[in-house]
Design a protein around this ligand. Structure first.
Ligand code: ZN
Ligand code: ZN
Length: 338
């Protein structure tokens, strides 16, 4: 079968490898759609601590079960599925506290290699984080389950009844998914980005205001009677945006830091605001099985329309075209097809 290998930053290879055999509890999936993601982009450009190289590449997928191992229960050959690429161990100290997104083994047990004809899903994923794809959603939308599970993760820790106005900084795929989710909660959402075409998509997806970063402070002031937004969701992973976020939030408000910066990055924040204005600074990483279930239901019942996020399709062997477009800031996500 054809499989894409990320050999080193900037170096992608198409290899011919044997089709894997599913063992007990595992399933072999014939990939129908695999999506590019910001994490892939970081790995492609500068390397990534969670993506070993050389190694299989891609982690957002949907497809059809080609072969099911023994004891996989509800899944059988021919079933259309959607899933994520990791599952917690359920035995470590974090899992026992319900913090399964921080599971000590979650990154060791994850599976990469969605940019391939087939992907073998390990037993913990099959038993916890794999679902049947409903017919009413496309394989491309189904492949959004992984990033959308990440996106909804922080909201269970927020008091949504206190949020009237939110600001999303960065209208890439993640920022746009935050927008889509918050619109299902009736929140007024302001979206900021440098790229006009991204802001145009944000408008189509229901943004109440779109704004270039230069004008963000005055737009927020206008929309909130000068008090600041209830919630800021930082989705750029840029240190300036991390620092500026504190200037846009109201007293008692929350900033969700969603865009990860490289390890060792230091940000400086005004301690007066954090203390006397009682700000909540909230990091968000990955998802729990409950988040994946919730994300699945939102997608399956079409409570959000994320179809605009997939801005083009390529064959596996054309993968470098997709990444060069993303590097130029063109498009949101690309679907790769074997
Ligand atoms: Zn992803
Ligand atoms: Zn664990």
């Amino acid at each position: 079968m054809e499989q894409i290998i990320l050999a080193a930053p900037g170096k992608i290879e198409l290899r011919d490898v044997p089709v894997p055999e599913p063992g007990e509890g595992e399933v072999l999936v014939r990939v129908s759609s695999a999506l590019t993601c910001g994490t892939d982009m970081k790995a492609y450009i500068r390397g990534h601590s969670l993506i070993p190289m050389p190694g299989p590449f891609g982690h957002e997928y949907s497809g059809v079960i080609a072969k099911a191992g023994k004891g996989v229960g509800v899944f059988k050959e021919g079933d259309s599925i959607m899933g994520v690429h990791s599952a917690p161990c359920q035995t470590c100290q974090y899992c026992k506290k319900g913090l399964e997104n921080l599971c000590e083994k979650i990154m060791g047990q994850k599976v990469l290699g969605a940019f391939a004809e087939y992907i073998l899903l390990p037993a913990p994923i099959v038993s916890q984080n794999l679902f049947h794809k409903p017919q009413n959603i496309s394989f491309d939308e189904a492949a959004l389950l992984e990033p959308f599970s990440c996106v909804i993760h922080p909201y269970s820790r927020l008091r949504l009844n206190e949020i009237d106005t939110a600001v999303v900084i960065g209208a890439g795929p993640i920022g746009l998914m935050h927008l889509a989710y918050m619109k299902t909660k009736g929140i007024k959402v302001i979206v900021s980005d440098y790229f006009d075409d991204r802001l145009a998509i944000a408008e189509k997806m229901g943004a109440d205001r779109t704004v270039i970063p230069h004008n963000i402070a005055e737009t927020i002031a206008e929309e909130t009677d000068n008090t600041g937004a209830d919630l800021i969701v930082e989705c750029t992973g840029q240190i300036k945006a991390w620092e500026n976020s504190l200037n846009f939030v109201r007293r008692g408000g929350t900033i969700v830091f969603f865009g990860g910066c490289p390890a060792g990055t230091l940000a400086s924040h005004d301690t007066y605001r954090i203390h006397y204005d009682e700000l909540t600074l909230l990091g968000s990483f990955h998802y729990t099985p409950q988040d994946v279930k919730d994300a699945y239901h939102i997608l399956a019942y079409k409570l959000v329309d994320l179809s605009l996020l997939v801005t083009g399709k390529f064959l596996l062997k054309e993968i470098e075209k997709a990444f060069s477009l993303l590097k130029e800031g063109k498009g949101i996500k690309y679907a790769l097809k074997p």
